[in-house]
Design a protein around this ligand. Sequence first.
Ligand SMILES: Nc1ncnc2c1ncn2[C@@H]1O[C@H](COP(=O)(O)OP(=O)(O)OP(=O)(O)O)[C@@H](O)[C@H]1O
Length: 731
Amino acid sequence: MDDEDWDTEIPDHASGGLGKGGLTASQPRFQALGSLPARANETSCVFSQSIKPDAGNDPSRGFQCMQDSGWPTGSGGVSGKQNGEEKPTGGFGSRRSFGNRGPSGNLFEERKSTGFGRVQYREVIAPFHFNGVAVEEGGDDEDNQSHTGFFRRGGMSNGSDARRGGRGPTRGGRGGYGLFTNNDCEMNDARPHSGFKREGFGASSGDSANRGRGGFRDRGGYKGSNEEVIGGAGKSMWKSDGDKEGGEPAAPKVTYIPPPPPDNEDAIFAHYQTGINFDKYDNILVEVSGHDCPAAILTFEEAGLCQTLSKNIAKAGYSKLTPVQKHSIPIVLARRDLMACAQTGSGKTAAFLIPILEQMMQDGITATQFKEQQEPECIIVAPTRELVNQIFLESRKFAHGPVVVYGGTQTIHSIRQVMQGCNILCATPGRLLDIIGRERIGLSKLRYLVLDEADRMLDMGFGPEMKRLISSPGMPPKDKRQTLMFSATFPEDIQRLAGEFLKTEYLFVVVGQVGGACSDVQQTILQVSQYDKKDKLVEILNSIGDKRTMVFVETKKKADFFAALLCQENIKTTSIHGDREQREREEALCDFRSGRCPVLVATSVAARGLDIENVHHVINVDLPSTIDEYVHRIGRTGRCGNLGKAISFFDPLADSAVAQPLVKVLADAQQEVPSWLEEIACSSCAVGFSNPRGNMFASVDSRKFSQGFQSKEHSGGFVASNTSAADESWD
Ligand SMILES: Nc1ncnc2c1ncn2[C@@H]1O[C@H](COP(=O)(O)OP(=O)(O)OP(=O)(O)O)[C@@H](O)[C@H]1O
């Protein structure tokens, strides 16, 4: 299953003229790309902005390798910076910043849009009752924010700031923890919730004084669109509206339009410094298996990249290749299929982006015209919304015009983005399939299919979607496309499934050990019983101070609970999990990245891929049920040669199954293994109580061990991650 809304949110006939054939009517008047750099030297690398001929001054998105003369600075209705400094003033933004509504910071709701046809649909939502008081939907506009914060009375304010209405980490719904039930909260989001009684806990986030966005949301139980969690431990299972059980109210339509990406060069090329151990990456053993492997390159110069791409790589702060890049870049340039496994934070994203872009430039791929159906040359899929967005932002360092679409946002917005021109598409699987199903994306020109976090994309959670994708009409067969898979973990069983997607002669690059933890993360395992976790967490966070810390828990409820608890302890905290609306999730990440909330409580939805500067600590309040998940979680720190620390609470009553693989991961990363943990691992091993995934790390290419690699036995089903208690992990 996927992370997406399979909604019929905006059927063609009801899309305000944006259905097929109805485009012109409500088509935005896009801002001209006057400041797009001229393509002086490298015309072949222009995937230029398409222009719909009959659309007046309507240049659509371009796809260009960026020239160092710069990015368009954005003319038109957007006055510049996002993130609360200079606010957009409406009108059509620079390039694709259409639809921006008034001065609302990062919020771009079409219902308040000052552009893009001024669609004004506003959800009509009945007031709901909270603590016996009818609360009106306040909308999300800034006007309401000054009074929509939670804990207005008697609530928590973090520290000394009078942060009334600060954006909060939790949405309150779900009750049951008995916290703060006497608080008289107000909320700005009164849409129907899905059956959880709101007991009113929540937490202020320590947000800056006048943000006042009501972080205290209701709506527990579904994830923003017309879908809900129906189970799935270790992964989310969604079903559509029609399948809802128990007469739950339909989820509200998703109206969220994410803010446009930054347009100024500083923001585009923002990066953090490599750490003291970056050079030590060179010492990691790399194994490449498969026939006729091209030689690794040692420097970016050796890759022979075009000048513009090289300049942008330098601007991105990349001067030296990481091992996975040394090996992957020539392999992709040689047009081979690739499965690459390298430790977290070691630059896998650039390892596929750079050679794909180079090839597209070499091939002279030109911009697609504004069309109702786009046919991208490259599709990159990843399991979470935040991750695809991150990949999109990374790709913008190197080229103009990639497009990102993901769930939790307005479908029609995604479609509009695509229709403006789309050579490279970053997408979550559900939204991708949705748009393919609406015939807005055709696959016949696809040359590159990238699965980031590929083991996750192929397991039971997303495997069926991936299968649907490769059997979608027009999808070139595997020998006619290049398929690339990247992850830090690649269990053998998943490797076998991958054969269905890859050419037989694919190459397999392993940097270090498959599934190994990043050696720059100092791992500590503490024996902490379930009942002591709260106090221990607070104690540790108090000793850490303001350093950025991600706290992982296994369920959404617990994420709410711990976020609230920490705020009550005056620890500036926000949270991210699958029950939060997409807007809230993005706000939470933004607050965490900016340091406004140095603590982020998360479920495994934030475990993979997220690349956030200066995350000093990861704390696993609950250990995940699979060791792969553990490796990804702790990999949010210690990235790119920087050092990090991970502390995990081990509750023998709950975590014995993971003891054995945990010992292995610790030992492989030369970490101290507590003797009590070894004992538990031994005894669980003796009684045959071990996590199967713990034995699944392939030290090398699984083809070496498996004669029946592509046998029928493996081609059918998808592999379940070991699942236990999570009510969601992925979104
Ligand atoms: N050659 C390089 N030199 C300097 N920094 C780099 C280089 N390559 C990548 N980076 C930076 O390293 C960080 C980690 O890269 P990336 O997110 O691609 O890691 P990853 O291997 O995909 O991690 P994960 O397994 O967690 O997804 C990013 O901030 C990226 O910009």
